[in-house]
Design a protein around this ligand. Structure first.
Ligand code: NAP
Ligand code: HSE
Length: 434
């Protein structure tokens, strides 16, 4: 019976954490794939850097190659799955595959954030499909909802936790007082982190994902260079203690919001109220809250990184594209970007702020700090001061503000650092309330 089935050849670029999971499904769940697609889906060639490395699943040696063209020009390959990561050569391979009329499934957020609109246009020109569900939030369906199920809405904002590695680190630091480097190593061992984990901890990976989500939600190209980005490396153990005392969790949030003809897009650590759903998203889980005029708000929550969840998203895309190849009925491509909204600079943000300062422990210091903030039109909401350190003669104070303008807060921090009574600014973290 299988012999009479049409066979659809798949070429896999990359067989690491995610590629291994995808190969596993194709090799070991072939019957289920055939049932879901209506045709047999066959793994034909796999591109890797090193063919001698042991792999799971163990593939026949001739299937592995280090020559990309052997995959991209294989006449039996009609769908290419790109799981190499990074910008090049991944972008060129995706482009070449589309230009040759092959369909492409990718998990590559960097390529989709930087070149998404042009690759989607290339797919339309070549009558090929380009799918990238796995590029954002691992196993959580979010690209399909934004490009289909939520299309009736004018989306007004997205608040999201879209990096599993940093959420895992923040959770362990908050709950177990764990050490940053040690927990990062754990996240790497679990397959959550990027090949270069600085992309995770510096907020770059989340910024790529936010650029993808914002451009789909607002139908406008969002230039990745305009997405404001701060990572989690400046967070200290005492920030978690103060956050808890004040009723907040610390999360690396990705926020995109539309305001008329402009869009705000930013990734940075935030204080999030403990009763907010996003404050309770722990470990490598992700969550994306979308607000729109018809739905009010929906929240997507689930595993955001790792082999199996990401494989789930890649295989779902593969099934959709393969079903279309099998049936000969083309699937429609997502709506292109048809607006040109500007991306606002973070300096225009109005937010609340947490400021941690190390100051001289003597009378009158608080008054000097309050004067600087007052001059910058920043109103204080609360002040906490703990016991002073008799050895250094310094004390730590924490100030939270009422809503203030980012540019004024940045300027006031420079002024505070210039005061003789301020030893240093320990940290500034935005307090996100929505
Ligand atoms: P990975 O474990 O580093 O695997 C990368 C694979 O690509 C390896 O098999 C490597 O070959 C191969 N490769 C890389 N560059 C190559 C080149 N120039 N030529 C030939 N082969 C090359 O990466 P991953 O974690 O699976 O991630 C793959 C993609 O999925 C990335 O875009 C990532 O951002 C995305 N993603 C990952 C996750 C996750 O949780 N890991 C989740 C969502 C999306 P060797 O095996 O021989 O080294
Ligand atoms: N490194 C990414 C993360 C993988 O930790 O979220 C999922 O895209």
């Amino acid at each position: 019976m299988t012999d009479r089935l049409q066979r659809i050849g798949v070429g896999l670029l990359g067989m690491g954490v995610v590629g291994g999971g995808v190969a596993d499904v194709l090799v070991n769940d072939a019957q289920a794939m055939t049932r879901k697609v209506g045709c047999a889906v066959e793994l034909r060639r796999v591109l890797v850097r090193d063919t001698s490395r042991p792999r799971s699943p163990d593939l026949p040696a001739p299937m592995l190659t280090t020559e990309a063209q052997e995959v991209l020009n294989d006449e039996d390959v009609s769908i290419v799955i790109e799981l190499l990561g990074g910008e090049e050569p991944a972008r060129s391979y995706i482009c070449q595959a589309l230009q040759s009329g092959r369909h492409v499934v990718t998990a590559n957020k960097e390529v989709m954030a930087k070149y998404g609109p042009e690759l989607m246009a290339e797919a339309r020109r070549s009558s090929a499909s380009l799918r990238f569900e796995a590029s954002v939030a691992g196993g959580i369906p979010i690209i399909a909802p934004l490009t289909r199920d939520l299309l009736a809405n004018e989306i007004t904002s997205i608040h999201a936790i879209i990096n599993g590695t940093t959420n895992y680190i923040l959770t362990r630091m908050a709950q177990d007082r764990a050490d940053f480097s040690e927990v990062l190593r754990e996240a790497q061992a679990r397959g959550y982190a990027e090949a270069d984990p600085s992309s995770d901890v510096e907020g770059t990976d989340a910024a790529y994902k936010l650029a993808i989500l914002a451009s789909l939600a607002f139908h406008t190209p969002v230039d990745i260079r305009k997405v404001y980005r701060e990572g989690i490396t400046r967070l200290q153990a005492q920030d978690f203690l103060y956050a808890q005392e004040l009723g907040y969790a610390i999360k690396l949030l990705a926020v995109a919001a539309r305001d008329g003809d402009s869009v705000q897009a930013r990734v940075h650590p935030c204080f999030v109220r403990q009763d907010n759903i996003l404050a309770n998203v722990d470990g490598a889980f992700n969550a994306v809250e979308v607000q729109g005029n018809l739905i009010d708000r929906v929240v997507f929550h689930g595993p955001g990184a790792g082999r199996e969840p990401t494989t789930s998203a890649v295989i779902a895309d593969l099934i959709e594209v393969a079903r279309s190849v099998c049936s000969g009925v083309a699937v429609s491509e997502p709506l292109g970007v048809d607006r040109t909204l500007t991306v606002a600079d973070v300096s225009s943000l109005i937010d609340r702020y947490y400021l941690r300062l190390v100051i001289a422990d003597r009378p009158g210091v608080l008054a000097q700090i309050a004067q600087v903030l007052g001059e910058m039109d920043i109103s204080i909401a609360s002040v906490i001061q703990k016991d002073a350190d008799p050895n250094t003669g310094t004390a730590e104070i924490v100030i939270t503000t009422h809503p203030a303008r980012e540019s004024a807060v940045q300027e006031s921090l420079t002024m505070l650092e210039g005061l003789e009574v301020v030893s240093r600014v320990g940290n500034m973290i935005r307090i996100e309330e929505w």
